[in-house]
Design a protein around this ligand. Structure first.
Ligand SMILES: *Cc1c(COP(=O)(O)O)cnc(C)c1O
Length: 368
């Protein structure tokens, strides 16, 4: 890996290939793989990730919002793209870019059918989302008759898939609840399929669902965090490789005498001599203020350097008192050894949050 000369997020596409192949190895041969690339590919780069996964054979992509799907189309993604949470205001754009909506309540179903009809669409692919216990988005079991009656009134749309989302697939203490969701989904989807003249695909599993509930893989799975290298358990983390390394360099080293303070609000006051390194990365780059004052740390020459004082917008200062290092040396915020999950834990959050926080200001570099 090249040594950092500024703050960069390195994306290891070889690791991405490994993760994709590992998740695929858990599937039956005919189960499709939908790669979730929302939120800039979990903070990396949605277009690069999707392009590479498209060449590796991903069958489908998903994003949260319509504008994310538009960006993928503009970068040359030709596979189907599911938009998980479309809003009525952009549905015409969704059709222009051949994106496929998740329809989750009577309002958005009606609005989409109306726009698809005005746009003279025929059999436009739609995905019907059911709530089976997450209580976030989705039709209820007793909405099936309404859905069927709306769909039968038009030939503008065709149900490509029926899906649901698990609430606690990573938590085996919640196995009974999860099995209940799966049972629920089986009942609802059978009921809907019985009332259609064709059979849509079924899908339910996110990464932890893929790993923990093979009986719920159905026709397709939706892998997100696993592609980026996190398996939501110590056991599965060992089988995956984090694809993103956030690194920077030491801009300046300071000697801080006993009684001096470091940073804004004088949040840190030294009671002995220390050495600090100032790094060009701050909360505007994705290192939240909650990591300040000794909670979070970076790694310099293999050793932990805790953050001293408050996190600034563009900088942090770290304690290097006992670390051999000089101005220009590299500092790793998270990567394959010191993972985003470990750093996230220092502030009681999860890898998902830390990796999606890396802001667009940070340059992305791709290792192929
Ligand atoms: C984000 C998301 C996923 C991916 O979940 P991971 O835990 O990252 O694998 C799958 N399905 C839906 C509906 C999502 O919102």
């Amino acid at each position: 890996m090249p040594k950092a000369q500024e703050t960069v997020l390195e994306i290891d596409l070889i690791a991405l290939k490994h993760n994709f192949e590992y998740l695929k190895s858990k599937l039956q041969n005919n189960t499709k793989f939908l790669a979730v690339v929302k939120a800039f590919g979990y903070g990396s780069d949605a277009c690069e990730i999707a392009s590479y996964l498209q060449t590796l054979g991903a069958d489908y992509f998903a994003v949260a919002y319509i504008n994310e799907g538009v960006a993928l189309r503009k970068s040359g993604i030709t596979k189907p793209i599911l938009v998980l949470h479309p809003q009525a205001v952009n549905l015409k754009t969704l059709i222009t870019y051949s994106l496929e909506p998740s329809l989750y309540n009577a309002k958005i179903l009606k609005e989409f059918i109306s726009i698809a009809s005005v746009e003279k669409q025929k059999d436009y692919p739609i995905h019907i989302k059911f709530n089976t216990g997450l209580n976030r988005l989705g039709f209820w079991e007793n909405d099936v008759d309404h859905i069927v009656s709306e769909i039968n009134k038009t030939d503008a749309v065709k149900v490509t898939s029926i899906f649901s989302h698990l609430a606690a697939s990573e938590d085996l203490n919640e196995k009974e609840f999860t099995l209940g969701q799966i049972k629920n989904f089986n009942t609802i989807s059978k009921n809907l399929i019985d009332k259609l003249t064709y059979r849509p695909m079924l899908h339910m599993c996110n990464t932890s669902g893929i790993l923990n509930y093979p009986e719920a893989h159905f026709d397709m799975v939706r892998g997100g965090i696993g592609l980026y290298g996190f398996g939501n358990s110590d056991k599965e983390n060992k089988n995956l490789i984090p694809i993103a390394t956030l690194k920077t360099i030491i801009s300046q080293i300071h000697n801080i005498e006993k009684g001096e303070s470091v940073g804004y609000n004088r949040a840190f006051k030294s009671n002995s001599f220390l050495k600090t390194a100032t790094l060009p990365i701050g909360h505007a780059d994705g290192i939240g203020r909650q990591y300040g004052n000794g909670k979070g740390f970076v790694t310099i020459n293999g050793q932990k350097a805790p953050i001293v004082g408050n996190v600034c917008m563009d900088m942090i200062m770290v304690n290097i008192t006992n670390i051999e290092c000089k101005e220009g040396d590299e500092a790793i915020i998270f990567g394959q050894d010191n993972t985003a999950e470990q750093l996230a834990k220092t502030t009681n959050t999860i890898s998902y949050e830390l990796i999606t926080f890396v802001s667009q200001r940070v340059k992305r570099l791709f290792l192929k």
